[in-house]
Every structure is written in structure tokens, then in C-alpha cells.
Design a protein around this ligand. Structure first.
Ligand code: SAM
Length: 282
């Protein structure tokens, strides 16, 4: 069977390199190259960008990114069994694919890249959330990346784009929407993956804003939001008690009722509160 890029079908690649999915590495592979090309397109125009792909596995999404014209792809993969399959892709796209073997949580890929940089990944849920938070909370903004296009379980994707008032709204929504435009661009059923997970998945596309929507110190905002949602059923005057001894006054100064709960508070008010906390004498 021929494929869009002339390389062998992924089922054959997986069988030849004995890439049986390992649960502990969160391996659920995408084998449909039309689908991986569609995900690559949802990352925007790749032709002038370097792309960091985290967790390429047998390379379905990598092939999509290269076929869609990414200038260069830097792929970080923890499972060394995938390296020979990825080397075959690198050979088919001379000079455009570099693979680093290692843990994406420990590797700084920046030295290898030229802006503009886009990040694309289909990662295990816990690694993806951890990396997303890191990419959203650098001390300096704008960040090194222009866009993030990330596969999550659908419930996590909904938490990233959630509005105030619902159960999905929390720290992820505040951090993501403060400094980026975030939207769900695709949802995928379990059958899109091999092996099929139990849950539906969704691709979230985030575009870094040139500057945050409202001024606030990232570390203070992060601390306030984490404390507020950690005890989300409590009133803010109780859940934020550890943030400042006179939190009630700071809440009022920020235009927030001290009896309100975190899920009722919008981004603008959280930022106002973070500014109050940052400037209050202790
Ligand atoms: N991108 C491929 C696809 O879409 O078919 C594979 C996706 S699979 C859900 C996740 C991939 O991330 C696996 O190849 C796994 O080995 C890799 N992985 C898991 N944890 C990782 C980490 N900490 N750093 C780098 N890669 C990781």
C-alpha cells in the first residue's frame, strides 16, 4: 500500500521494529497519515517554522509535520525502540528531522532551533499537562514558542478552554487564557489510536499573545490561582488565607467579594488580585 510520503505504512513500521505499545510510556499511536497531516495543518503554516515534536513514537505525526512543510522538526523521544523508525524518516527528509533520545521534561531543545518555533505533541496526559504549565509560565513573555498544538484527553482540553462558572474552570484555564488564545481544533474518538484508549481525545491550539491580557506577576498569579482552586469549594477569604494575613482587604481592593469562590472569578479579577498581593506590605 502506498502512503502520502512514499514511506511504508505505520502498521508495517511498527511490526518491523517491534514497537508494541507500552502502557507506562502512555503509548497510543496514530496510524492514519491523513489524520496526522490534518493535525499538522491545525498547527498553522509550518513552512517558515521550526517545530518541536515531543513524543514522536513511530513517527506518524512527525511524517505529517514534514509532509506539511515544516522547515525543521526536532523530535524528542524517550523510548529508544522508536529511534530506528525515526531514523528512516530522517533519511527520507534530508536535513529536516533531528531526533533527540531522552525525557522531554529534562531536555532543553532551544539550542537547536531558530525562531519562529511551534510545538506539536501527542503526549501522555501527565507529561503533556506538566509541559503545558511550564510553557505557559516562563518569567518573561512572549515565550520562545509561537504556537502550541497539543493532544490531550478531551476532559483536560475542556479545562484549558473553560470559562468561569463551571466545573472545568480552574488553574489550567486561567494560566492558558491569560497569555494565549486557546481553542479546541479537533476531537478524536478512541478508535483513532492503536491501542484505543478508554477516553476521547482533543487537540488544543494555543497562540501566544504578544503580551498578557492583564498585567500581573506570573509567580504571584500562579500562587493565588493554585491556592484558590486547591480548595475550590471554600470561600476565597478562607482558601487564600495563607497568601496574605489581610486577604479580605486585598480581595475587596481587587473588586472581589471575600465570600466568592474561585470558580466564579474571571481572569481580569484574578490578575487584579495578584497585583494587590504583590504590592501589599506584609
Ligand atoms: N506521536 C506518536 C503518535 O501520535 O502516534 C506517539 C504518541 S504516544 C501517545 C506518546 C509518545 O510519547 C510515545 O512515543 C512515548 O514513548 C513518548 N513519551 C512518553 N513520555 C515521554 C517523555 N517524558 N519524553 C519524551 N517522550 C515521551
Amino acid at each position: 500500500m502506498s502512503t502520502i510520503d512514499g514511506l511504508p505504512p505505520l502498521r508495517e513500521v511498527i511490526a518491523r521494529h517491534d514497537l508494541r505499545a507500552k502502557k507506562q510510556l502512555g503509548q497510543n499511536f496514530l496510524l492514519d497519515l491523513n489524520l496526522t497531516a490534518k493535525i499538522a495543518r491545525s498547527a498553522g503554516d509550518l513552512t517558515g517554522s521550526d517545530v518541536i515534536e515531543v513524543g514522536p513514537g513511530p513517527g506518524g505525526l512527525t511524517r505529517g509535520l514534514l509532509a506539511e512543510g515544516a522547515r525543521r522538526v526536532l523530535a524528542i523521544e524517550k523510548d529508544e525502540r522508536a529511534l530506528p523508525a525515526l531514523a528512516e524518516i530522517a533519511e527520507a527528509y534530508p536535513g529536516r528531522l533531528q531526533v533527540i533520545h531522552g525525557d522531554a521534561l529534562e531536555i532543553d531543545p532551544l539550542a537547536h532551533l531558530t525562531p519562529p518555533i511551534r510545538i506539536v505533541a501527542n503526549l501522555p496526559y501527565n507529561v503533556g499537562t506538566e509541559l503545558l504549565i511550564r510553557w505557559l509560565t516562563p518569567a518573561v513573555w512572549p515565550p520562545f514558542w509561537q504556537t502550541l498544538t497539543l493532544m490531550f484527553q478531551k476532559e483536560v482540553a475542556e479545562r484549558i478552554v473553560a470559562e468561569p462558572g463551571g466545573k472545568a474552570y480552574g488553574r489550567l484555564a486561567v494560566l492558558a487564557q491569560w497569555r494565549s488564545d486557546a481553542r479546541i481544533v479537533m476531537t478524536l474518538p478512541p478508535e483513532a489510536f492503536v491501542p484505543a484508549p478508554k477516553i476521547h481525545s482533543a487537540v488544543v491550539h494555543l497562540t501566544a499573545l504578544p503580551e498578557p491580557r492583564y498585567p500581573a506577576d506570573p509567580a504571584v498569579l500562579n500562587r493565588v490561582v493554585a491556592a484558590g482552586f486547591n480548595q475550590r469549594r471554600k470561600m476565597l477569604r478562607a482558601s487564600l488565607r495563607g497568601i496574605h494575613p489581610d486577604i479580605e482587604t486585598l480581595l475587596r481592593n481587587a473588586g472581589i467579594e471575600p465570600t466568592a469562590r474561585a470558580e466564579e472569578i474571571g481572569l481580569e479579577q484574578f490578575c487584579a488580585l495578584a497585583r494587590e498581593v504583590a504590592s501589599a506590605p506584609r
